[in-house]
Design a protein around this ligand. Structure first.
Ligand code: NAD
Length: 500
């Protein structure tokens, strides 16, 4: 079953909207619908069935039941085989998934083809390999009184895992959690963002086609408060919650999880710094900062919204970044050359434009952008803003300290390495930092001294799925990735066998 027409979803208006449904215990089920609007044109491109409390309850029950079925009896290697079939099926549905992601977000087809959708399959293959080769501890014990024992740990699923994700990289972020959760033998109930329901719905079809047993993967659509998100996080049948989204939402979910004493993993917001030292390859630093600031319309938790540049190259760097910001091509999502994309919703655009106004009120100089582009076509009904480069803000200005989540950065100068590290660390967040330098010692000092979950040196957004991923301070709780994901998505039972 194909749920909608891909042609409809790549920013080319026309045709009638499809219906996106919940997926519970292996069947698609409906509900009261809400419209999904195109960020490119503002038109309705799909109707989405919102899961009410009874539907969420049915999804959690189906997930619980699946743990007692064949899924619960599979070995890690057998589950790895299933995960690889899911990856194969994701690749078979590649074009549908590109259309779904592009339609929901307005991102360019070329980004969806090279980043978002390939990472879906890569997540399943990576965690199939990781779980199939994972070991547990064992100890040969001998006590002073002569007793001897063998201790070893058995890995078990946590149970029913609730997975709640945002709209910026929908399939990538969803599968980053579904793959390890299934690898460890859990069943899942996933809630994609209300803004990006399509690729998760295709993923439900993929699960069925790949032979994932009924009830192992369940999907509920809807919003957060008083909707599917809240129903799921306070459901007593959920054993663990993994969440990616805003820090404030993480705080709300933490309170719901505390009531049920549920394990949580949180990947939250950021206000990431990029440090450009005078000894850097400046061409690479400018192009790298274009990517780290404007990729996906600046709607990546890892984007750099604060750039600090050593004073001797500050003027040149500012001029070059501002120039590049004005050159980034708009275009329709289907055009290969398109670099800019719309923001996800009119509300999010209001928020970002509010920060553009606030920056001016706080005394910023606007080196590039600062407004809304005009197209003289259907895109004027969408939610585009201009890529924006700011300077001149005080260190404690709201625009320089709060996460904006749009295509915007503020640039400030520094004089010494110590000052650069201190400026980067002066934030409530601690997700990622990017350092541009040719000094090897400085690169390693940055790794040791920057209080972030990731430090990139002379690159940005280069990920190995085996490495720990997560944030410090308000940017998250816990780490996922590689064996760190196995630690969150499984329980260990220590077995102690008397050898005498
Ligand atoms: P959001 O917190 O508004 O929503 C995220 C998800 O939570 C959505 O599915 C939403 O419906 C749901 N939700 C909202 N309120 C809820 C509630 N009370 N109970 C249960 N569920 C609820 O975030 P967003 O606007 O969709 O995404 C942008 C944010 O995500 C940014 O802050 C960004 O930095 C962050 N993010 C972090 C990472 C990371 O890995 N650290 C990755 C991507 C995005």
């Amino acid at each position: 079953m194909t749920l909608w027409h891909p042609d409809l979803l790549v920013g080319r208006p026309g045709g009638s909207p499809g219906l996106l449904q919940n997926y519970v215990g292996g069947s698609f089920v409906g509900g009261k619908t809400f419209p999904k609007l195109s960020p490119v044109t503002g038109e309705t491109i799909a109707e989405v069935a919102e899961a009410d409390e009874a539907t969420v309850d049915a999804a959690v029950s189906a997930a619980r039941q699946a743990l007692n079925g064949p899924w619960g009896r599979m070995s890690e290697q057998e589950r790895a085989v299933v995960l690889r079939r899911v990856a194969d099926e994701l690749e078979r549905r590649f074009d549908d998934l590109v259309a779904a992601e592009v339609g929901d977000t307005g991102k360019s087809v070329s980004q969806a083809r090279t980043l978002d959708i390939p990472r879906g399959a890569a997540n399943f293959r990576a965690f199939a390999d990781i779980v199939a080769s994972a070991s547990t501890e064992s100890f040969s014990t001998s006590l002073p009184d002569g007793r001897r024992a063998l201790n070893y740990a058995v890995r078990k699923p946590v149970g029913v895992v609730a997975i709640i994700v945002p709209w910026n990289l929908p399939l990538l972020l969803l599968t980053w959690k579904v793959a390890p959760a299934l690898a460890c033998g859990n069943s899942v109930v996933v809630k994609p963002s209300e803004e990006t329901p399509s690729s998760a719905t295709v993923l439900a079809e993929v699960m069925a086609a790949a032979g994932v047993p009924e009830g192992v993967f369940n999907l509920v659509h809807g919003f957060g408060p008083s909707s599917a998100g809240e129903f799921l996080t306070r459901h007593p049948g959920v054993d663990a919650i993994t969440f990616t989204g805003e820090s404030a939402t993480g705080s709300t979910i933490a309170k719901a999880a505390a009531d049920g004493v549920k394990a949580v993993s949180f990947e939250l917001g950021g206000k990431n710094a990029g440090l450009i030292f005078a000894d850097a390859d400046l061409d690479a630093a400018v192009e790298g900062s274009v990517r780290s600031t404007f990729t996906n319309g600046g709607q990546v938790c890892l984007c750099t919204e604060r750039l600090y540049v050593e004073r001797s190259v500050y003027d040149e760097f500012c001029a070059r970044l501002a120039q590049r910001a004005t050159e980034l091509p708009y275009g329709w999502p289907a055009d290969e050359s398109t670099a800019n994309m719309p923001l996800i919703s009119s509300q999010h655009r209001e928020k970002v434009l509010g920060y553009y106004d606030l920056a001016r009120a706080e005394g910023a100089t606007v080196l590039a952008g600062g407004g809304v582009p005009s197209f003289d076509d259907a895109r004027d009904g969408g939610w585009y803003v201009q890529p924006t480069v700011l300077t001149g803000l005080a260190a404690d200005a709201r625009t320089a300290t709060e996460e904006i989540f749009g295509p915007v950065c503020h640039i400030a100068p520094f004089d010494t390495e110590d000052e650069a590290f201190a400026l980067a660390n002066d934030s409530q967040y601690g997700l990622a930092a990017t350092v541009w330098t040719r000094d090897v010692g400085r690169a390693h000092r940055a790794g040791a001294r920057l209080d972030t979950g990731i430090v990139w040196v002379n690159t940005w957004f280069l990920r190995d799925l085996r490495t720990p991923f997560g944030g410090m301070k308000a940017s998250g709780v816990g780490r996922e990735g590689g064996t760190h994901s196995l630690a969150f998505y499984s329980e260990l039972t220590n077995v102690c066998v008397n050898l005498d």
